[in-house]
Design a binder for this molecule. Structure first.
Ligand SMILES: Cc1cc2nc3c(=O)[nH]c(=O)nc-3n(C[C@H](O)[C@H](O)[C@H](O)COP(=O)(O)O)c2cc1C
Length: 467
């Protein structure tokens, strides 16, 4: 191994346009920098110019975000807000999803596994160093292939044995600061396997594998810069390596089973979600909720268990503001009478009614959950019929619980209210519901304005009853 290498940034590389032949651009740049290629040179090329030459660009304006993109937008927008960071638009998120195989984490940033198998932020999509407000650059589909094409063309032109590395910079989970990574290689192996070699003291190395391509990419990054330095091509000279044909960056991509960090995430996120969901009443951000997001959540609520798989739950959108007002006023009338019968004083009653009004009328979305008793089993005796009814209530409750969790996943806050249960006939009549329907609960939904505090929970010993 050498004790000295040179890292030379090529000056004066012009802005690259789609369709441009990069090997020609490189040869011209070498020429104008008065450099002749030597055997053993390594050329490191920034991904941005590869993507530009390939036309791997998209205009955000032409992208229509899917329901999933909108859901993810809501999650990361909420997290970004709490950290005071700007967030990606739903269109940008759609582009990220289009480039990904899997979303690994949705924090204030999206961590994805790209279609190429890289795990990085935002599927490696870049907006910097790209002309145009709404234009983004996508990672090359096959950087190894692009590296090989350039290497072959340069070999043909110069008859020199060189290596090519296409580079990008990725952030790291445990340290601040992005570093250079190799996206594609040609002529050089991505790692040096030192296992079986001996250290200074004669101990056999058991697990040492050196990420040489990433190390070289990082060295190049020192002269490439990230901002407006405009040095997308770097020559590294004097680094000794074995020329390797058919090397591929895929050799170092860990498969899922060997990924020590990814496997646990799903379970941890799920447990976090279960504990994080809170009943949220007020206030909401004044932002409309896309109906299809709520429909997606109802779609998930279908997967709750139900006795005899009866699936007797029904969900009703109370979208019409006039109808909603009429319904709440009628429910409140009954509430007023009920409270008077309880001998509550008028001030208490007015407060209660005003609160109900605010909760149900100000929620951006109000859903009524019902049980369709037409889906219950019929029994000849009273006891079994009553039990069957309880099973129905339990099943609707399970579905509402799934619904609440699905809303939480979508960054939406909700609360389960039992008011309709206390005004069953009024609700049925006002909304003209089928005779078999029993109103069970209101669910108010909106984007939360603040964090909810964790309400008290009984200890485990209080709820595990020993017999
Ligand atoms: C069956 C059921 C009925 C509920 N009814 C009401 C209600 O009428 N009004 C209300 O403010 N909250 C209602 N809630 C919400 C509970 O008060 C809330 O779940 C409880 O305080 C625990 O808070 P958490 O959901 O944040 O853990 C209801 C919850 C359930 C499960």
């Amino acid at each position: 191994m050498q004790n000295k290498i040179e890292v030379i940034g090529l000056q004066g590389v012009p802005l690259i346009k789609p369709g441009e032949d990069l090997s020609k651009v490189i040869l011209q740049a070498l020429n104008s920098n008065k450099i002749d290629l030597n055997n053993g040179d390594i050329l490191l090329i920034a991904q941005t110019i590869i993507s530009k030459s390939l036309g791997r660009l998209r205009n955000l304006k032409g992208i229509k975000p899917s329901g999933r993109a909108l859901s993810i937008f809501n999650i990361i927008a909420q997290k970004a807000r709490s950290k005071n960071i700007s967030t990606k638009t739903p269109e940008h998120i759609q582009a990220i999803l289009d480039e990904s195989k899997e979303v690994i984490k949705a924090e204030h940033v999206l961590i994805t596994e790209t279609k190429q198998g890289f795990i990085c932020a935002n599927s490696g999509i870049d907006k910097s160093n790209i002309e145009g407000e709404d234009t983004i650059s996508l990672l090359p589909e096959n950087s190894d292939l692009e590296a090989k094409k350039i290497r072959d063309a340069l070999k043909k032109a110069t008859n020199k044995e060189i290596a090519i590395i296409i580079t990008d910079s990725f952030g790291r989970p445990f340290r601040e600061g992005a570093i250079g990574v190799a996206l594609g290689i040609s002529g050089i192996h991505p790692v040096i396997d030192k296992r079986g070699a001996f250290d200074l003291f004669g101990h056999e190395l058991q697990s040492t594998i050196i990420g040489q391509a990433d190390n070289l990419a990082s060295a190049a990054q020192l002269v490439m810069g990230e901002a407006n330095e405009g040095i997308p091509i770097v020559l590294i000279r004097g680094y000794g390596f074995d020329v390797t044909e058919n090397a591929s960056i895929n050799a170092i991509l860990r498969n899922k089973d060997d990924d020590l960090f990814r496997n646990k995430n799903f379970l941890e996120n799920f447990i976090y979600l279960l504990k994080k969901r809170r009943s949220y009443k007020l206030d909401f951000i004044s932002k409309e909720i896309e109906k299809r997001i709520i429909e997606n959540c109802i779609d998930i609520a279908r997967w709750a268990p139900s006795a005899h798989n009866s699936q007797l739950w029904r969900y009703i959108f109370l979208d019409d503001p006039q109808k909603r007002l009429e319904l709440i006023e009628k429910i409140n009338e009954k509430l007023r009478n009920d409270l008077r019968n309880d001998l509550k004083n008028e001030e208490f009653i007015e407060n209660k009614i005003n609160k109900t009004r605010v909760q149900f009328l100000q929620a951006p979305c109000l859903i009524l959950s019902c049980a369709d008793t037409g889906d219950l089993e019929n029994y000849s005796d009273k006891e079994r019929s009553e039990n069957e009814f309880i099973l129905g209530v339990q099943s609707v409750s399970a579905s509402i619980m799934y619904f609440l969790l699905a809303l939480e996943v979508n960054g939406l806050a909700a609360c389960w209210y039992s008011a309709p249960l206390f005004s069953k006939e009024i609700v049925k009549k006002t909304l003209n519901l089928p005779e078999n329907f029993i109103p069970m609960a209101f669910i108010t939904i909106g984007y939360p304005l603040k964090e909810q505090k964790l309400p008290a929970r009984k200890g485990l010993s209080e709820i595990i009853f020993k017999v």
